[in-house]
Ligand binder design. Structure first.
Ligand code: ADP
Ligand code: MG
Length: 244
């Protein structure tokens, strides 16, 4: 099986500071990968290099068999890469329905083949809101939402682009146990629908129940990659992260 995401030896520097230092990563279609590491280890920088928010300085990112180097973020979105932000970024002056209508319209335009299938944007909006449990709030504004509802809206917005790969960057920080379970269940449903997911998270119970594989970044380097139960026992991972 060929990888959905193939990252080969990427490096990213900010002025003199090396944020990513020769990182390799493979993600298979349909996989659920956990990506962990201390604050500042380069997780979000890696996400940005995958999504095209940042361009890596060297190395290659391949997605779905095609090189992504040089492509802008919106072009990578069209190819099927979506991400949710650590701090949700809704359109604050729009209703929840309109918050989904925008990425949906954008997706329909970008992929003409989908025009027919998704001619009814309203129905698709409702379907997405329903999927995240926010259908009853379609006409409300983002400011009316609780923190967990805001995270769900953020995920629905990412999924509106019909991604093959969804990267959830700390979608659970600051939530209660039951809210974390809610977000986990949502991510699992999305994965069951065929979306490959990279979960970046500090809450280890969530990471362990979600991930089929675990990769660990420390100071911009990948120090472990493998079965979750083996990775969490890796002495270097314990020393640099889990033992803290
Ligand atoms: P993580 O998501 O693992 O907490 P980040 O990828 O956000 O880590 O950051 C990795 C390192 O790169 C940190 O030291 C951070 O300060 C630095 N960094 C991230 N983005 C930038 C930027 N745009 N400019 C300068 N330094 C940055
Ligand atoms: Mg981060």
């Amino acid at each position: 099986m060929s990888s959905l995401l193939h990252i080969d030896n990427i490096t990213k520097r900010f002025h003199g500071f090396v944020a990513l230092d020769g990182v390799d990563l493979e993600v298979q279609p349909g996989e659920r990968l956990g990506l962990i590491g201390p604050n500042g280890s380069g997780k979000s920088t890696l996400v940005n290099c995958i999504c095209g928010t940042l361009q890596n300085d060297s190395g290659n990112v391949q997605f779905d068999g095609k090189p992504m180097n040089g492509l802008a973020a919106h072009q990578r979105t069209h190819r099927g890469i979506a991400r949710s932000f650590q701090l949700p970024r809704p359109f604050h002056s729009m209703t929840l329905a309109d918050n989904l209508r925008i990425p949906l319209l954008y997706t329909v335009r970008a992929r003409e083949g989908m025009l027919h299938a998704h001619s009814d944007l309203g129905a698709r909006c409702h379907e997405l809101l329903d999927m995240v449990g926010l259908a009853a709030k379609a006409k409300q504004m983002p400011r009316d939402l609780t923190q967990v509802e805001m995270r769900k809206l953020e995920l629905a917005r990412a999924v509106a682009a019909e991604p093959k790969l969804l990267i959830a960057d700390e979608a659970m920080a600051g939530l209660s146990h039951s809210e974390i379970d809610d977000i986990l269940a949502l991510l699992l449903r999305l994965n069951e629908r065929g979306i490959t997911i990279i979960l970046i998270e500090h809450i280890m119970s969530a990471v362990m129940s979600f991930s089929q594989r675990l990769a660990v970044l420390v100071s911009g380097r990948k120090v472990a990659d493998g079965k979750p139960e083996e990775v969490v026992r890796d002495p270097e991972v314990v020393r640099a992260y889990l033992g803290q």
